[in-house]
Structures are given as C-alpha cells and as structure tokens.
Design a protein around this ligand. Structure first.
Ligand SMILES: Cc1cc2nc3c(=O)[nH]c(=O)nc-3n(C[C@H](O)[C@H](O)[C@H](O)COP(=O)(O)OP(=O)(O)OC[C@H]3O[C@@H](n4cnc5c(N)ncnc54)[C@H](O)[C@@H]3O)c2cc1C
Length: 353
C-alpha cells in the first residue's frame, strides 16, 4: 500500500533530525526513513578513539544544547550517538528504521519514494543521507595487484587490529592525520603516512568553532559578490586535535609524499624508493550518497546536484541537506546543519501552502 506524507526525509542522522525539528515547527506532516537499525547515523561506525573537533556546546543541533561529556572537553562518538538518540526522542521525531530508500522519482504532482519497507508519495523530499556510505578511493596504479589488505577510513576501528603490521596511511586531511596518530599509539605498528602535499595543520588553538565561522564568512562574501575568502581551506587541512598534536610534537607524524604505484608487496615512489606494506588505509574522502536520486536525472559534477541553497535547481520539490558546503556553509557539521535545515523547511512550507 502506498502511504502519503507532506514531506519524506531520507536519512535519520543529524541532518535528517535537524530537518525534522524544523518541519515540525512549520507544522508539516512528515516521516524520516533511516537505513540504520538504531539512532546515530555515521557516528555509530567511526573508530573507537574519535573525538569531536569542537566542544559539546559548539556541536549542537537546533533547540537542544549537547551536554558536556564528563572529563572530556571534546566529546567522543558514543556521546554524539547518545545525544542524537535523546534528540529524536525528546522531539518525538517520526523515524522509521531500518528503512532503505532505493529510488525517488516524479509521480504526477508528487514525488514517489520507493523503499524496502514500502512506497511513499510526498509533496517534497529532503535527502539527508550523508557521505559515509560512499567512500572514495583514488585510481592509483597497482591497487588491484597489492596482495595485502586495503581498507578505507570507514573500515578502521582501532590500532590493536594492526599490531605487528606495516601500515601505509594515505591522506593529508583530518581522517588521515587522526588515524595515523592513532596508529602511533600502538606498539608494533610500522607506520608510513603519505600525503599529496605537505600536511597543513591549523594553528593549535583553532578548533571546529573557527571552521564554522570561516565557512559562514565565505558564504556571506560570495552571496554579497565579494572576493572568495577561501573558507575553511584557507586555514589548513588538519585540525590539531590533542592526539594529533601530541603525535606530531613527539616527531611520530612524519609525512612522506604520495607514492606513484602499489606493487604486490608494498608501495613505490617516483624516484624508485619503496616500502613494504601489509595494509594500506585509504583516508581519501567521501562522495555524497545520492544513488537513490538517480531516477531524477539531476547528477552534476563530482556526484553533486546543482542547488540553490538546499533546493535542487532541476527539481524544486527536492532539498539536499548536510552533504557539505554546497548544501549550506558547514552543513556537514552538527552545529552547521541547523540553519540550512531551517531554510529548507521554510521553503518547503511555502511550496506546499
Ligand atoms: C571522521 C569524521 C569526523 C568528523 N568529525 C566531526 C566533528 O568533530 N564535528 C562535526 O560537527 N562534524 C564532524 N564530522 C562531519 C559530520 O558531522 C558527520 O559526518 C555526520 O555523521 C554527518 O551527518 P549526516 O546526518 O549528514 O549523515 P550520516 O550521519 O551519515 O547520516 C545519514 C543517515 O542516512 C542513512 N541513509 C543513507 N542512505 C540511505 C537510504 N538510501 N535510505 C535510507 N537511509 C539512508 C544512513 O544510514 C544514516 O543513518 C566528521 C565526519 C567524519 C567522517
């Protein structure tokens, strides 16, 4: 049987919940469909030692401040999961799970949302499916001949899993630096860290708060037709969170340039030097998880969809939330997703009125 809602939100991580909060405030009838079996989105799957790069008070969704975590200035991922679980209960958000959406397509005046648990029609859809589910691996020669183990950031949990192994970590962003630092904490991991350009650390006293401010200032400048401030990228690539800072200051985080290719037994640089490896961990980023939107035929460059604010240019009934700066400044962060969620809900309310 086909069900109907004013709005279907796809994804019940932080972005989907922020959307729900504002849809409720606009008195819209909505449902949130989430593929996970429990609350927390991607935060349920990160590595054990991951901590937020901002204090709790600067990591909150609309309406409810994240409480501090005892003894931790920067809360860990379990604290975020607890906060998100509490958030959806407190606001009685109608999340259905596990429900995986496979397709969204036009259906007369509605959008039709097809999922493993049924079909919904809706006046509007908010896609909030995140990026964690679409790891990106670069096309480096030899990837298919490497005889060791390869995994992406999404598969990494803890250094003990690699005891006694030669591990190459690829990537000069936050994930690469944090996982490399994590591995230095374990005895017996022989670590090689490679980055495409020399690591660019943000100043030690800068954390996620400054990233949010930089992303917001950039959006404002671009909206006003002023020069591009460069946003977050102008500050650096790596937030020097305490474990990264300690490993770096102890001289344990020495980055090498990117290698040229993999062989069956390791990696080789352009000058012919090589390193043996048992494991390669690709900390090489993510793409937006948008395959369910393919039937709408909206895909643009780098897997993005052209948007004005959060609204898809080619389909005004569709909003995209939480994927990155292209769906709102710092919208892929806890503190940053509230504002675009509010704007999306207001636009949807106006559209459906
Ligand atoms: C390593 C790492 C560290 C980070 N650190 C911080 C930090 O310190 N502070 C901060 O603010 N941000 C941080 N972020 C960024 C961001 O806050 C998280 O990535 C966050 O999980 C994004 O939330 P989301 O709701 O957009 O996506 P997700 O948390 O991925 O939630 C999306 C939900 O949609 C579901 N879904 C996906 N596809 C479908 C489908 N087809 N049908 C139904 N459901 C679907 C998923 O199962 C998931 O439950 C970090 C990100 C990473 C990767």
């Amino acid at each position: 049987m086909t069900q109907h809602a004013d709005v279907v939100v796809i994804g019940g991580g932080q972005a989907g919940l922020a959307a729900g909060y504002h849809l409720r405030r606009n008195k819209l009838d909505f449902v949130i469909l989430d593929a996970q079996s429990a609350p927390g989105g991607a935060w349920r799957h990160t590595w054990d030692s991951l901590h937020l790069f901002s204090p709790a008070a600067f990591s909150s969704l609309p309406g409810r401040l994240m409480p501090a975590q005892a003894g931790q200035e920067y809360p860990d991922a379990t604290h975020v999961v607890d906060y998100l679980a509490d958030y959806e209960q407190r606001y009685d958000l109608p999340v259905q799970r596990p429900v995986r959406v496979s397709a969204v397509r036009p259906d007369g005046g509605w959008l039709r949302v097809e999922a493993d648990a049924g079909v919904w029609t809706a006046g509007a859809v908010v896609s909030a499916t995140g990026t964690w589910w679409r790891p990106f691996l670069p096309a480096v020669p030899g990837r298919e001949v490497f005889a060791g183990r390869q995994l992406h950031t999404t598969g990494y949990r803890r250094p003990a899993d690699f005891a006694g192994q030669r591990v190459v970590v690829v990537g000069g962003g936050n994930s690469g630096a944090q996982i490399a630092a994590d591995l230095t904490a374990s005895d017996g991991v022989d670590l090689t860290w490679v980055t495409q350009r020399p690591p660019r650390y943000l100043a030690d006293d800068i954390d996620g708060r400054a990233l949010f401010d930089a992303a917001t200032a950039r959006r404002r400048a671009l909206d006003e037709g002023a020069a591009d401030t460069g946003g977050v990228a102008s500050l650096g690539d790596i937030v020097a969170v305490p474990p990264v800072r300690s490993a770096r200051d102890a001289g344990l985080l020495k980055a090498q340039p990117m290698f040229e290719r993999l062989t069956s037994g390791g990696v080789v640089w352009a000058d012919g030097t090589s390193a043996r490896a048992d494991v390669v961990i690709w900390c090489t980023g993510f793409r937006p998880a948008l395959s369910h939107l393919a039937p709408l035929g909206l895909r643009g460059t780098r897997g993005h969809i052209a948007t004005e604010g959060t609204r898809a240019v080619g389909e005004p009934r569709l909003h995209l939330l939480g994927y990155g700066d292209w769906t709102g400044p710092a919208s892929a962060t806890l503190i940053g997703v509230g504002r675009p969620a509010r704007e999306a809900a207001a636009e949807i309310a106006a559209l459906l009125s």
